[in-house]
Design a protein around this ligand. Sequence first.
Ligand code: ZN
Ligand code: ZN
Ligand code: ZN
Ligand code: ZN
Length: 115
Amino acid sequence: MPGYKQACRFCGQLVDENSNVCPFCGRAHPLHAVCPNCVAPIQSGWTVCNTCGKPLVIPCPHCGAPVGPDTDVCEKCRTVIRYRCPACAAIVSAGAKRCDRCGAKLKDYWRSKGL
Ligand SMILES: [Zn+2]
Ligand SMILES: [Zn+2]
Ligand SMILES: [Zn+2]
Ligand SMILES: [Zn+2]
């Protein structure tokens, strides 16, 4: 069904309202901020998820810069903080065969990342 289109939070392009990934800029969850741990909706400025209680802002393991819930690659040192399923934007652990959430196979994804 053709959904409404809304502006991506990151690049401003109009994307389908049920998009998990912006087709223009490739950022996850283009319309609504969500907790990277439990995918509950969050509001900008929150530092802890009110659903799972996990921190939404974590220090980069490489340089210590604060990394927010929408940042998958550290802006300072380019360390990858988290990988996301290209189909549903759920967090996946590096090298996982399938996405736990949607079951998408991730082999091509890791290959495209050079892993
Ligand atoms: Zn975008
Ligand atoms: Zn959460
Ligand atoms: Zn860093
Ligand atoms: Zn998935």
